[in-house]
Design a protein around this ligand. Structure first.
Ligand SMILES: NC(=O)c1ccc[n+]([C@@H]2O[C@H](COP(=O)([O-])OP(=O)(O)OC[C@H]3O[C@@H](n4cnc5c(N)ncnc54)[C@H](OP(=O)(O)O)[C@@H]3O)[C@@H](O)[C@H]2O)c1
Length: 259
């Protein structure tokens, strides 16, 4: 299926590896013109080379920290005309719910809520005047289904969820959709570090934690980042213009609710 993304400019944050990279890959396969953002330039160059080897086209790269005003300015200098924005950055540190200090909360809000709001607001005017825009936020299933050690992540992302839910209704008539994907367990570096933290706290071998988590997923496996990228590309497609304001769980059945 042609997703109608050929030639669309797409800004993908947190894109040198993991879920962001998978989104960039799926968008580039659809012939979107993609800008990859991450902090470490060497990893971005490696990611761009990997994409070029696989798809025959090279993305632009911007080495910048989305959580810093200066980093966002560097990005926006190159990206104000993007029709697609994938918001993503590192998850906050793990830890016991009541151990976090005020500064940890402020950092989490900057990293997983305010930076995405700032980038979205900066790109919206061009999307609205073009009568086409797609915003996809990489969030977490933990906002529906609290997970051990992830309360900083859950709290900050819920703030973003509320903002995006309202925004989606404000810009729907302008051809702009706003959605979030809520991953469960996907095989990335972030998942490895989260499970290692849990194993350390429980004094349990990592293998045992991996097995226990895999068994907790009805699909009995972790997701592959490419499965995540495919959903992102669909949400950005021309066909998905009536799909907005949704927070879509992608977790192999982990979230136990009916809705
Ligand atoms: N994987 C899962 O199972 C899972 C589940 C639920 C939620 N999540 C959330 O989904 C998001 C992506 O996870 P992932 O597993 O793909 O992580 P990952 O494999 O660690 O990749 C994170 C990517 O984001 C970049 N990045 C991190 N902080 C950044 C910043 N401040 N500015 C710009 N780029 C930044 C990293 O590159 P640099 O370090 O070079 O910047 C890297 O490219 C995270 O917020 C994570 O908490 C993941």
């Amino acid at each position: 299926m042609d997703l109608g993304l050929k030639g669309r400019r797409a800004l993908v944050c947190g894109a040198s590896k993991g879920l962001g990279f998978a989104c960039a890959h799926a968008l580039m396969r659809e012939e979107a013109d993609v800008i990859l953002v991450a902090r470490k330039e060497a990893d971005l160059v490696a990611a761009a080379q990997r994409l070029e080897r696989g798809l025959g086209r090279r993305p632009e790269i911007v080495a910048a920290d989305v959580t810093k005003e200066q980093g966002r300015q560097l990005i926006l200098d190159r990206a104000t005309d993007c029709a697609v924005l994938v918001n993503n950055s590192a998850g906050p540190p793990t830890g016991n719910t009541r151990e976090f200090c005020r500064q940890s909360w402020l950092d989490a809000l900057e990293g997983n809520m305010l930076s995405a709001i700032a980038l979205t607001n900066a790109l919206l005017p061009a999307m609205i005047s073009a009568k086409f825009g797609r915003v996809v936020n990489i969030s977490s299933v933990s906002i529906k289904h609290p997970q051990p050690l992830l309360s900083l992540s859950t709290g900050a992302r819920l703030g973003l969820t509320g903002y995006m839910a309202g925004l989606a209704r404000e810009v729907a008539a302008d051809g702009v959709t706003v959605n979030s994907i809520l991953p469960g367990y996907f095989l990335t570096d972030r998942l490895a570090s989260t499970l290692q933290a849990w194993a350390d706290r429980q004094a349990t071998p990592l293998d045992a934690v991996m097995t226990e988590r895999t068994q907790s997923v009805p699909a009995r496996r972790f997701g592959s980042p490419s499965e995540f990228g495919e959903l992102c590309a669909y949400l950005c497609s021309a066909q998905a213009g009536y799909l907005t304001g949704q927070h879509i769980v992608l977790d192999g059945g982990l979230y136990p609710g009916t809705f």
